[in-house]
Design a binder for this molecule. Structure first.
Ligand code: C5P
Length: 260
């Protein structure tokens, strides 16, 4: 019997799934004053695209959204008035890093969910089938699950900045130290799914990194890996692209046209 099934109190008949939707990032790299999650794609804020798809999966019981401070009332309004957002939603002020924002979401959401999904509003087109795939793997007993796609570029490691010679620096070149075998590389996306207790433990153990952008984990699975606990990859989806720049936003617009 898998550990997820061993505790009849927590994992008896009802398994509930919380989604933490991270939306507290700024829109600076998008060239916007608005928080990125409120920037519109096809007339709809990114975070609404993401929340609608989470709901359409049919496997999410509630959503906690991390928002930039001051944006709470606006985001709550948007979500509560959207008929396609069919589960209860709470908002919480995010932190200075993505890791700190997820921790704030976990702290708000107490301990009564069995499965937690962490999803970036910056991946607004992640489809319902992907959400279901991740949740199904967690419910099957894999306690930390990330979607990932094979990498098509050849990836090279380069020397660190301190290892550059003065001439390298002048000419703007970086010495290559290694070419990674891409067979075993996966570009990892969200939503990522976790057994609740494991994710709580991972964030508690990594808490000291959360305040510093240069130390903070860029995904939640990395904190689980730090604990020495296994993380598994399920197939990702081309639609789950991350929006960082204005060009990414235009590309997502094209994907949306193709998808409809
Ligand atoms: O900035 P980046 O695109 O890496 O952010 C990934 C996701 O994390 C975005 O959805 C963003 O809104 C969220 N985030 C957050 N709190 C932060 C920084 C980013 O919730 N302090």
């Amino acid at each position: 019997v898998h550990p997820l099934r061993q505790d009849p109190v927590r994992y008896g008949d009802v398994v509930t799934t919380l989604a933490i939707l991270t939306a507290a990032g700024s829109g600076t790299r998008l060239g916007h004053d608005l928080p990125k999650a409120l920037v519109e794609l096809d007339g709809l804020p990114l975070l609404l695209h993401a929340a609608r798809r989470l709901c359409a999966s049919g496997v999410i019981d509630r959503i906690v959204v991390t928002v930039p401070s001051g944006a709470g009332p606006r985001v709550r309004d948007l979500l509560q008035n959207d008929p396609a957002v069919t589960v209860p939603v709470e908002v919480v002020d995010g932190g200075g890093t993505r890791q700190a924002s997820v921790a704030a979401g976990l702290a708000l959401a107490a301990h009564d969910d069995d499965v937690v999904l962490v999803h970036d509003a910056a991946r607004p087109l992640a489809p319902p089938a992907l959400v279901r795939r991740v949740v199904a793997a967690v419910r099957a007993g894999y306690r930390a699950v990330v979607p990932g796609l094979p990498v098509t570029d050849t990836i090279k490691l380069v020397a660190s900045a301190e290892q550059l010679s003065a001439a390298d620096a002048v000419h703007g070149v970086e010495p290559v130290t290694w070419t990674v075998d891409r067979t075993w590389l996966r570009a990892v996306q969200t939503p990522q799914g976790f057994d609740r207790a494991l994710l709580d433990r991972a964030h508690a153990a990594g808490e000291s990194r959360a305040a510093d952008e240069s130390l903070a984990a860029t995904d939640d699975a990395a904190l689980v890996e730090e604990l020495g606990e296994p993380v598994h990859v399920v197939p990702g989806d081309d639609l789950a692209v991350k929006i960082t720049t204005a060009r990414d936003l235009r590309f997502a617009g094209l994907l949306l046209l193709e998808d409809s």
